[in-house]
Design a protein around this ligand. Structure first.
Ligand code: RNT
Ligand code: ZN
Length: 419
């Protein structure tokens, strides 16, 4: 531990202690929180199963920064590099198209064995794994519909794929001794105004019931469903809307996934957590940063990220919330993108834990909104950074910006050598 970091921490600790905040206890709690880092930032959502397929489903990655991973081994090496710069032990979120196999296998026939190398690696690294069926970038999703498709044969294909995905999730849960969250997101929707908004939703409901028919031990795998407002090419109507999945998730005891970019531009997911938590068994977050639309920018330490952290901490929701990341930027170093977004997410939680919540709630109850505002504002300049730096060093990762040089070195030695 460098002496200035230790010294600054001791001073910060006193300042927080004056408000009854025990920084050592906070850091112990922080250490237990896992962020699910999404593998798809590493290769622009391409995957390995069908590398010639273009990215579809109404999502888009822009930028042509060199160095995207081309193989599972490259992706794992990049993930390892990123994790070496992020404090804590976390999880990796895989999509089905990231299967690591030499076999030519279609999505509906995927099995745990196609992910064995991922499980071996995660085990060795002490990481958990989460999973997602990939209901896009495939010829059978070309017209924009999957689980709600009007053609029963196409629907069947996607139902089988989602069923297979849950089994892979359970396999991860078993192998790693950590619950896997398998999240279903489908792109289904219409570009222009539909004649029938109901029928696709009825089909989706029935298809999901089939997908989830088999009971799986919730210790091994938990299912989540992710809604969306619109996508590129589904501007007029998305089958799996927020209301659809609120109803579905609550009646079927599924985790409800809130993606920060999947709502109207002035709506924020932080404000939904205290409602959803009252009714849902559990919540999955896709922490992302929409800029003007669902643009999936790298997460920064902005007001919304801080508010998400606050809601989780203040209402003690960390136990029933799974925190996943979902951004993809191909205009900057991809390892750095992971490091920035994941460090920020951990930082937001730390900052939230270092706030005088009891004093703020008390002021509010007493109608003293002046104190509520004044105290929250003064706390913004409390020495949070000193606690963060100390945490990084204590966890054996670089404090402050010193990690940038490390990523640059990796870029020069590894990433730029990729064709
Ligand atoms: C798309 C959803 C979905 C995807 C990933 C790749 O809008 O957010 O979660 O980003 O599954
Ligand atoms: Zn998402």
């Amino acid at each position: 531990m460098s002496s200035d970091i230790q010294k600054n921490y001791e001073a910060a600790k006193q300042q927080y202690a004056a408000h009854g905040i025990d920084t050592d206890a906070v850091l112990k709690q922080l250490e237990t929180i896992k962020i699910s880092m999404h593998c798809w930032q590493g290769d622009d959502v391409r995957g390995f199963l069908n590398r010639d397929q273009e990215l579809t489903g109404g999502i888009s990655v822009t930028g042509s920064y060199p160095g995207a991973a081309r193989t599972p081994d490259e992706l794992r090496a990049d993930l390892e590099k990123a994790f070496s710069l992020i404090p804590g032990k976390h999880k990796v979120n895989l999509h089905a198209i990231y299967a690591d196999t030499d076999e030519k296998v279609d999505l509906d026939r995927l099995e745990p064995k196609h992910f064995e190398r991922w499980a071996d690696w995660a085990k060795a690294q002490g990481l958990g794994l989460d999973f997602n069926p990939t209901c896009f970038s495939h010829e059978k999703s070309e017209d924009g519909f999957t689980l709600s498709h009007a053609d029963p044969e196409i629907r069947r294909f996607w139902i089988d794929h989602c069923k297979a995905s849950r089994k892979i999730g359970a396999y991860f849960g078993e192998r790693l001794g950590q619950t896997c969250v398998t999240n279903v997101w489908i792109p289904d929707g219409f570009k222009d105004i539909p004649a029938d908004r109901m029928a696709p939703r009825q089909r989706l409901m029935a298809a999901l019931d089939e997908v989830f028919a088999e009971e799986i031990d919730p210790k091994l795998n938990l299912d989540a469903v992710e809604s969306k407002l619109f996508g590129l090419g589904s501007e007029a109507y998305v089958v799996g809307s927020h209301e659809f999945y609120m109803g579905y998730g609550i009646t079927r005891n599924k985790l409800i996934c809130l993606d920060a970019g999947h709502f109207h531009p002035t709506e924020v997911i932080s404000n939904k957590l205290s409602s959803l938590a009252l009714f849902a068994d559990g919540i999955l977050l896709h922490v992302s940063r929409p800029m003007r639309w669902d643009s999936d920018h790298v997460v920064i330490l902005d007001d919304e990220l801080m508010d998400i952290g606050r809601e989780l901490v203040r209402h003690d929701l960390l136990g029933k919330t799974y925190i996943g990341l979902d951004f993809f930027d191909a205009s900057i170093n991809r390892v750095a993108a992971w490091v920035i977004g994941t460090r920020n997410t951990v930082k937001a939680l730390l900052r939230a834990m270092l706030e005088p919540v009891e004093a703020l709630k008390k002021a509010e109850l007493e109608g003293d909104y002046t104190t509520r505002l004044a105290l929250s504002e003064e706390f913004k300049s409390y020495p949070f950074g000193a606690v963060w730096d100390y945490y990084c060093e204590k966890m054996g990762v670089p404090a402050r910006e010193s990690w940038i040089a490390d990523v640059k070195r990796y870029e020069k030695e590894v990433l730029l050598k990729r064709g």
